[in-house]
Every structure is written in C-alpha cells, then in structure tokens.
Design a binder for this molecule. Structure first.
Ligand code: ADP
Ligand code: MG
Length: 321
C-alpha cells in the first residue's frame, strides 16, 4: 500500500574518495534498508580492492607485480579494468588506466609545490602503456607486462560503482532511485532533474539543470576541483598521457550523459584530455551527449542536449562570472 511507504530513504557513506548518496523512493522501509546495506557493502568492497592508496588492495598488488606475474582479482576489478582498456582504445589513449606513474608524479608535485623536471616526466610517461595490460578473463588475472607500470582506476571506478549499485537496487525490486557518487549520478525510474556543477564556483553551485529520464546517468570531470599554480603552470589532476603534463585542452569541465556511468566516467576524463572538437565524434558514435565548459566561460553542448539541459542564464552562452 502506497501510504505505508515513506517518501524517500537515503543512505550516505564515504568510499572511493568521495561521499556517496543513494536515495530510494516509494519503497517499504525493510526493502529499502536491505537494498541500501547491500549497495554500501558492495561499494566498500570495491574500495578495498580497487584503491591505489591501500597497500592491501588488488590494484596495489597488480602494480607491485608489474613485470613479475599476473594477479588474480575480483570480478568487479576485472570488469573495470576490461572496460577501462576498451575505452582507452576508443579515446586513443587520452583516457589511460596506465597513467598511474604520471598521476603520482603530478600529485606529488602539487603537494610539494615543485614542478617536476622533464626527465622525470619522460621517465614516468614511458611507463604509461595501455597496450601492455594483459587480461586473462578465464583465469581472472591481470598482468602489467613491464616493470614500473602502474594502474590507476580513479578515472572510472566511481562510474562502475554507480552502475553496479543501480543493478543491486533493481534486484531488490526497487523502481525509483537516485545514485550520486561524487560527480557521477544515475536515475532509476521516475525522471529527475539534477544541477550541473559550475566549474567557476564552489561545489554545489550549478549553472544549469539537466533532466535525467529512467536509467540515464550523468558524469562531470573537471580541472577545477584540485588545482594549483606551479611556476606559472596551471596544474590539476587530469593528466594528458600524450604529453605527460596536466591537460591543457582549453576546458574546465566536461559533463556527459548517457546510459552507462562506467563509460561516461572514462569518456568524461578522456574528453577532457582530447578537448571538445576531438571528442564530439567519439560521443556521437556512442550515443552520448555532452556539455563543455571552456576556460573563458563559454559553454557548448551537443545537439541532443536541446530540451534536456537548461542554462540558468537563458539569454547567454557564457557562464555568469
Ligand atoms: P574525479 O575523480 O575528480 O571525479 P575523473 O573521473 O576525471 O575525476 O578522474 C580523475 C582521476 O583519474 C585522477 O585523479 C587520476 O586518478 C586519474 N587520471 C588522471 N588522468 C587520467 C587519464 N588521462 N586517464 C585515465 N585516468 C586518469
Ligand atoms: Mg572519469
């Protein structure tokens, strides 16, 4: 009976380096509680196995065994890596799971405030090789075939966690829900409207609204969250594997919408690296729509965003300063 259902039940929990929120609507309390607990457990287990920052994670073990031997992994880890490699090929390496050595170099540089020298960048760049990730699906193993290689799932894991959470909720018979992990969101059932982060403002300030019908997801990637000026260079956490430097594509954020949050997460990072012009053909092929925000505040959207995305300032194509 409808009247027995509370309007919505939400669970919040930290994992994957962000605060995750899952809200279910129109569900009885027992089902909601069981489903939300199952989601939380699965996502926490993904954090355990996929974190680069835990020494006992599967990813850390894969990285330690680079050039030595394959490592057996959980099916979730295998699935994320397999998708990541496929999407790496689609973006011609702009998105690369093997960007680990460069990501680490630049993370340390931003922490210490010292720009890395060219040799260090070149040396790290040599170990970025997505063609050298060997996946054995039958044995469920992953092998980095060169020493010094390092996987980093930071650009895709959250999207995968969103998709997995959606299927868990469905398996409990939940029809209406909103899953929001950092910048990755997915809707089940009734259409919802979400705000799109204004990259020039603090977290939570949006510059427009996007309608998300049943099963649709949205993911935003941007350089605005963690950035620092080092000796005149704007440094941030999305690295261009082709140059070894923090990406300079003229963009500050990319927001993508489509049916698969795993794909969107990887492609949002990849599109940020490639820039708007080069990524639009890739998006078109995969039925994904995008909103690109440029450094000068210009906003451009793909055609399919018409009618689904509304800027707060309707008479302007530029973001309010
Ligand atoms: P966020 O994690 O801030 O939501 P992204 O999905 O764009 O944003 O992921 C950024 C993370 O992805 C970085 O912190 C790093 O771990 C990893 N990364 C950085 N550059 C790349 C790249 N070119 N390809 C794949 N992963 C990357
Ligand atoms: Mg990403």
């Amino acid at each position: 009976m409808r009247s027995q259902h509370p309007k919505s039940i939400q669970k919040l929990f930290p994992a994957l380096g962000t605060l995750n929120a899952v809200t279910v609507y129109d569900t009885d309390t027992d089902t909601a509680t069981a489903a939300l607990t199952a989601v939380r457990e699965r996502v926490l287990s993904m954090d355990q196995t996929m974190s680069l920052f835990r020494k006992d994670s599967e990813i850390s073990e894969i990285n330690r065994m680079a050039g030595i031997r394959p490592v057996a992994v959980h099916p979730d880890t295998l699935a994320v890596i397999a998708s990541g490699i496929r999407l790496g090929k689609q973006t011609k390496g702009a998105f690369s799971l093997t960007a680990g050595p460069l990501n680490l170099l630049w993370k340390n540089a931003m922490k210490s405030g010292v720009l890395p020298d060219n040799d260090a960048v070149r040396n790290a760049g040599k170990r970025v090789r997505h063609g050298r990730v060997i996946i054995d699906t039958a044995d469920r193993t992953v092998f980095l075939s060169r020493p010094g290689m390092m996987l980093d799932l930071g650009g895709i894991a959250k999207g995968y966690a969103v998709d997995v959470s959606a299927s868990i909720l469905r398996s409990f018979g939940i029809r209406h829900a909103l899953i929001s992990f950092g910048g990755s969101i997915r809707v089940l059932g009734e259409s919802r409207t979400v705000g799109v982060q204004n990259p020039f403002q603090e977290t939570g300030v949006s510059f427009g609204e996007l309608d998300l019908p049943d099963s649709q997801a949205v993911v935003t990637s941007g350089s605005y969250e963690q950035q620092r000026l080092l000796e005149g260079h704007r440094c941030h956490h999305i690295i261009d594997p082709r140059t070894g430097w923090p990406t300079e594509s003229g963009l500050v954020s990319v927001t993508l919408t489509g049916r698969n949050a795993t794909v969107l997460d990887a492609l949002a990072t990849g599109a940020f690296v490639l820039g708007a012009k080069k990524s639009v053909p890739i998006l078109r092929k995969t039925g994904i729509e995008g909103i690109f925000v440029f450094e000068d505040g210009t906003v451009r959207t793909t055609e399919g965003m018409n009618g689904r995305f509304r800027m707060s300032e309707t008479d302007s194509k530029n973001l309010p300063a």
